[in-house]
Design a protein around this ligand. Structure first.
Ligand code: CO
Length: 491
């Protein structure tokens, strides 16, 4: 008798293995129960294709963008996934070659590089799209996929078909964008910024109504050495750019033709700057410096008395970026191989003079965390109590092994853990007529290393107990970010 040998990949390997199939499923098999009140669509974005033939990207951030849509209706979940047909995707599928990304570069002439950067920076309609695999934004009636280049990709929210490049109708310049625009619930508009290189480098802060395609400049902040910032903080009255000393060597980026990641320089002796800008006037009101640290993600920020509190997933160094090479991640065995961040609260005293130093922080949790979400609609830029995050599990130390609910009032923590699974970013969805901040559900896409498939997990946000899970027919590589839209799911 011949016993078939099944070659199964380890969970960490599977978490960074290409997913090539695109499917449409009307009704995913559910274990447990999906709440009937959950109505709308969860969209997820992330790297899904790392190789073609014998060539492969080196870095997790460079995988080609795939959009997933989970539509909820009366306890049922429909699922669909599509690669975005961006210029890098089309090039890869038609030529079998990788295209330039964050860590990858294809040789081009200096003239071509400058031309492409300039045309994109001014919003010239070349029709070229980027590998927008980071996050989403709902703007001007369109669903946009974002990365850190200034041109988002439009996709159809139902079919997930790619509809091309999105261009703003204004004349704001910028060579780099930020993949985490902040929604200002108070003024019902987005706030974001562009980094612009030139004889004088600037951060160009802007606001844009969700119903518009026209940005309005808030401030143009000159900066000698622009820094790599993946997100920023927003309070009732202020925008705070936290400048980690990961310097973008802009001339090197333009002249050398090296990949963006290789044009970043970690210079901790500079410390980390907090630039506090008045949201209404655009004036920089104060600037603080602290001991150097790095973060990808802000958690929340708000004003309290004469202080600004900035909660941030912070690390002493940008290790996560440098350890996110695919060959390292696929062979991860210890929590240090996928370093997570500390939950820090920085206190900025507004009564101190301009150019203060010695900003300090407190730890809000003793756990290492990443991909933190809160009840944004209720608590963004305001006092809040609960945060939800991925974390390492002490018994399951590789990659992200559990989800946490952290109560920052009394510092209690609840966890969800299932052996041999790797959960992704939690997303909070408020229940209808919610009374408490944590009345709702937590959604997370989890990779099951035993079944070699992923499932959509639904937790009760209050008790943090599992309500149900819906299995997919395939695995999904570890993703970046998502968005829950209350739109009619049209299952
Ligand atoms: Co991010």
């Amino acid at each position: 008798m011949v016993v078939p040998i099944t070659v199964t990949r380890t969970g960490v390997e599977l978490a960074f293995t290409s997913l090539n199939s695109e499917v449409e499923i009307d009704n995913l098999p559910v274990e447990g129960e999906i709440p009937h009140w959950l109505h709308g669509c969860l969209y997820r974005n992330g790297s899904a294709k790392f190789d073609i033939g014998r060539v492969s990207y080196n870095h997790w951030f460079d995988g080609l963008a795939m959009v997933h849509r989970y539509a909820f209706h009366k306890g049922r979940v429909a699922y669909r996934n599509r690669f975005l047909r961006t210029s890098p995707y089309i090039q890869m599928m038609s030529t079998g070659q990788l295209s330039s990304g964050f860590e990858t570069v294809q040789p081009t002439s200096l003239a071509n590089r400058i031309l492409r950067m300039t045309l994109d920076a001014i919003g010239y309609r070349t029709g070229q799209t980027y590998n927008t695999n980071v996050s989403f934004m709902h703007l001007d009636g369109k669903f946009l996929a974002l990365t850190e280049q200034p041109v988002p990709t439009i996709f159809d929210p139902i079919s997930l078909e790619t509809q091309g490049a999105f261009y703003f109708s204004d004349r704001l310049f910028g060579h780099l964008s930020c993949g985490h625009p902040q929604y200002d619930y108070q003024n019902q508009e987005y706030i974001n910024y562009l980094t612009c290189f030139g004889p004088i480098n600037t951060y160009n802060l802007y606001r844009i109504k969700a119903t518009s395609d026209r940005r309005e400049l808030i401030a143009r902040i000159p900066v000698r050495d622009p820094c790599y910032m993946h997100s920023f903080a927003l309070t009732e009255n202020f925008i705070i750019l936290v400048e980690f000393p990961l310097i973008i060597k802009s001339m090197k980026a333009i002249l050398s033709g090296k990949a963006p990641m290789h044009c970043l320089s970690w210079e901790p002796q500079r410390g980390t700057n907090f630039l506090v800008i008045d949201k209404r006037t655009g004036k920089q009101v104060v600037r603080f410096t602290s001991k150097a640290f790095f973060a990808f993600h802000h958690i929340n920020a708000y004003e309290q008395g004469d202080e600004i509190l900035i909660d941030i997933a912070a690390s002493d160094r940008p290790d996560l970026m440098y350890k996110s090479y695919l060959n390292l991640l696929r062979n991860a065995t210890r929590s240090e191989d996928h370093p997570l961040a500390e939950y820090r609260r920085y206190h900025l005293p507004l009564h101190k003079p301009v150019h203060s130093s010695d900003v300090d922080y407190e730890l809000l949790s003793d756990r290492k965390i990443e991909m933190v979400c809160i009840n944004h609609a209720r608590c963004s830029s305001r006092h809040y109590r609960y945060a939800y995050a991925v974390s390492h599990n002490r018994d399951w130390p590789t990659l992200v092994g559990q989800l946490l609910k952290i109560d920052v009032h009394n510092r209690n923590t609840k966890g969800w853990f299932d052996p041999n699974t790797y959960p992704g970013e939690p997303i909070f969805v408020a229940a209808p007529n919610a009374k408490d901040e944590d009345d709702g559900a937590i959604l997370s896409v989890v990779l099951d290393a035993v079944r070699q498939r992923s499932f959509l997990l639904v937790l009760d946000a209050s008790s943090f107990k599992e309500l149900g899970r819906a299995y997919l027919p395939h695995h999904i590589p570890l993703e970046f970010h998502g968005l829950f839209a209350n739109a009619d799911p049209e299952i």
